[in-house]
Design a protein around this ligand. Sequence first.
Ligand code: MIG
Length: 689
Amino acid sequence: MMKKFVFGNPIETDAIVCREGIVESQEKVPYFSRVDDRQGEGCLFAYEMGGHDIIYGLGESIRGINKRGWIYESNCTDDPIHTENKRSLYAAHNFFLVDGKGRFGVFVDAPQKVTFDFGYYERDRLTITVDPGGFILYILEGESLRQIVREFRHAIGRSYIPPKWGMGYGQSRWGYQNAQDIRQVVRQHREAGVPLDSVYMDIDYMERYKDFTVDKGKFPDFPEFVKEMKGQNIHLVPIIDAGVKIEEGYPAYEEGIENGYFCKKEDGTEFVGGVWPGRVHFPDMLKEEARSWFGQKYKFLIDQGIDGFWNDMNEPALFYGEDHLKDIFRELGEYQKKELDIETFFGMKDMVLGLSNHPKDYQAFYHEYKGEVIRHDKVHNLYGYYMTRAAGEAFEKIEPDKRLLMFSRASYIGMHRYGGVWMGDNCSWWSHLLLNLQMLPGLNMCGFLYTGADLGGFGSDVTEDLLLRWLELGIFTPLMRNHSAQGTRLQEFYRFGHVESFRNIIGLRYALLPYLYSEYVKAAMTDDMMFLPLPFAYPDDPAAAGVEDQLMVGEGMMIAPVYRQNARGRYVYLPEEMKLYRMRSEESMEVQVLPAGHHYVEAELDQVLIFIRPDHVAPLAKGGCHVEEVDVSCLRLLHFIKTEAVYELYDDDGYRKITDWEQGVTKITVAVNGEVTASGSKTGTYVLI
Ligand code: MIG
C-alpha cells in the first residue's frame, strides 16, 4: 500500500514512473505529526520512535546499516572526506524504512534539500524537514520490510542492468596519462594472471579537460587504440565531467552558447563556475533540448568504439562561482589593510576555505525545467540524475539494443533506471571498508543495484592487507573497481608482494559470476534487493537486528568480511545453521557446517568466508582472465542440502538488452541424495563441492 500526500506545488522529479496502486490521500499523514510549516521556511514532520526501532535506507549515506542516531541531509555534495561527522555525501536518496513499533516506508520526493533527523536532537524522535517549496510524501506499508521495498521499487521503475563485462574487474587511477600507461596496466595484469575487463580513463585523457575530446598527443589514433584494447578483451571507460570549458572554437562550448543550453543567471548571461578546465558553463541538464544535445555528445566516443562511461562532478561540484570569487578577491583587498587578529583572521580564512560548493553560488543560476524557470537550489539534487539521464536517453537512440556501462557520482532516486553509482572519494581506511558494506543494502532499497566503492580507497595510502581485505568484499559488489587518487600510493594488485593472493581472490569473483549475475538480474527484474541486512531475511530473530557487518547476498548466501587490520578471523552471527566455505581460491577451500548462534570464525588474510543457507546452492564456474573466458559448461555447486534445493540460474550473452528474462533461466534442482537435475535454457554438468 503506497499513499501519496501532496504539499504545496511540488516540482516533478520523475522519480516515480509507475503510479498504479498509489492512492492519493487527503487525510492526515499516518504516523507523523506535522509540527510546523515554518511560514515558508520549510516544513517539519515528526514521528515518535519506539526505543528499539531500526531505521534502514537513505541509500548512499554515512554511518551504519541502522541509520538511527544521526542527522542526514540530502544535499548532493562533493565532499571527499567521508567521516562520521558529515551529513551529506553525493546523493539524495530520500527513502527509508522504520521497523519496530510501526513498520512503514517513507519517500520524500523533493528536489530541494531535505533533512532527516533520526534521533539526533532527541533520542526517540524522528523528524523530516523539507526546505521551502512543494514536495510529495509517500507512506508505504506492507507485510514485510522486503515487501515494502519491492513496492517502492516497482513504483520507481526497473533498475539499470550493466553489460556483463561491467561485472568484471576494472582498474582505475587518476593519473594514467596516455595509451602507453594503459597498455602497461593491461600487460602487467595479464602477466601477473590477474583478471581484468576494463581500464578507466580519468580526466587526463581529454584535451585540457574538455568533455568529448581526446588528447591527440596522448592517444595518436584513439579508435585504433580502443580496437587494440578490445582485442585483448579490455573495455576503456572514459570519465565525463559536468562542466563544459569556455573556449572559443570548442564545439561543445560554441553549440551550447548558440542554442542557449547552459544555465543562466538572473540577468540572462551564462553562469560561470570554476572546475578542472578552469572556467566552465554548466549544461542545463533539466532542459529537454539541452539534455538531448548533451546526451548525443557521448556519440563522439561511442563512434570510436567506447561502450562505457562514468559521470563525475555532477553535484555539480564547483571550485568557485566566478562572481563569488571576484567578491572574495575584493574582500581580501580589504583584509590586507587590516591587522589580522582573532576576529579578522578566522573570518578571512573561513571565507577562502568556504569558496567551493557555496550555497550562494547554487542560488545564482537557473534551469528551464518543464516550461518553468527554476533557481538551481530548488532542484539541486536533480542535476547528477539528469546528467546521467541525458546519457541514458541518448544511448537508447544511439544503441537501442545494446547495454552500455554507465555510473555516476551524484544521483537522486530515478537515476537508477539509467545507471549505477560509485560511492565517491573514500579513503584507504579500514573504517571505509566497513562503510562500503554498510552502504550496499540502503542503495539497493533505493534502486541502485549497480554499485561499489573505490576498492582499496581513493584518498590516502593503502597497505597490502587493506587492499586484499577490501577485495574480499569487493568480489561481491557488482561494480568491482580499484581506483585511487593521484599522489597516493600506487595500488594496482601487481605492485604488491603477494600477487598470488590477489589473483586467487579475484579469480573467485570470476568463478562466482554466474551466481552474482543471476542474483543481480533477478533482483532488477523483480524489484528486489541483492544485498540484504540480516533482518530482511530473518525478521523474527532479534539477534539478527543488531548485525552491522554481515550481509545476505542474493538468495542463498551470507557474507562476513574481515574489516579490521591484523585480524585473523572475526565473530559471525548465524541466524540459522549454515555451511561455511572458507575459500582461498575457486579451487582451495575448507568446508564446515556451523550451528545457529555466535561463532569466532578464522579467516587468514587470504581467506574469504562464504556461508550457504540450508537448502540453497551457489554455482561456481571456472573463472577466466576476463568475463568472456568464464566457463559455465561445468558448474560446481556450493551447497547445503537438508531436503532439496532449487536454484534459478539466469544467464545471457551479456551485451544485448534483456527482453524476456525468464527465457534465460535454468532451473537447477539438487535432491537430498545429491542428485542434480536441470531444466531450462542452459543445461550442462553440475558437481557438488
Ligand atoms: O575532485 O577526475 O570522485 O574518482 O578520480 C576530483 C578526478 C575529481 C573526483 C572523482 C574521482 C576522480 C577525480 N574527480
